[in-house]
Design a protein around this ligand. Sequence first.
Ligand code: CP
Length: 317
Amino acid sequence: MNGQCSFIDTRSISSEEVFDLFSTANQFRSSYESKGVFLHRGLAPQNKLAAFTFFESSTRTRMSFQTACYRLGIPVVSMDSLADTSIKKGESLLDTIFNVRAMNPEVLVVRCGQDLDLYELDKMLNIPIVNAGSGTVSHPTQALLDAYTIYREYGQVKDRRVLIVGDIEHSRVAYSNFQLLQKLGAKVAACGPPAFLPQEGVFPGVKFFHSLSEGLSWAEVCMVLRIQLERHDKSHLKLPSLATYHNEYGLTSEKLNILDKEGILMHPGPVNQGVELAPSTLRDKRSRILEQVENGVYVRAALMARVLGISTLEKSE
Ligand code: CP
């Protein structure tokens, strides 16, 4: 995390900071489960406002950041839909952000495409920025919640064998996960058709599989990604038919049985059923897909508390 405590990618967070966040997330979880609150009443932050500017669609990330803020007592102002903003009248994304910034929130949570450089924005705004997904570049809070899900399952991330299957080339989730999981000591591999994989060597240490069965034989954790059709160059579509893709790389209950018997299935969502996942796999006892969503609230709450300098120390009543 940088000087003004922005969180823009997983490169800028140390493994110690990650485990501190996991510990705060665990604290929020146990406090919520036992007392129905994340924070002791006396610790609710005063005068902290979060502004959300989501320039791309989102269900999980936006709602879990909102839930996290509400549970911490941080009011949120948010654009509900681009169709209702003045971007539709020609205002630029940058001008939109400067105008939201002029309302003096204490933190800005941003989802954007490739057209915004969050590091440049961070230099201009003078308040912390949290990256809620940036083009094909990064999705660092997704990587945090994914690593937290693995950590809760196995008690550690180190040496876990994580296979990421699908459209890696166009996936911000994959890039942030490669960085963070390797930082935490996991063994990471990618699997997909050649057109969906980055050049070997772009991510040193990441193994490549072109056969799903071989990848599943190696893995403990299988993280499946959807095909990011909206990010493909439509003039050079390198996509096999969806049926061919499902036959070769779609995970079915039968293929899931190849996975280590202690293995788990993950997916960041949204899922395209019948393409990357057969519907039956969603109900499989190894699926942790909804746990990922729940974990996202605790992890994002821990991150927001950290970014806003909110004390989470327990006090006696
Ligand atoms: N995983 C994820 O980023 O989902 P949303 O696009 O729904 O936020």
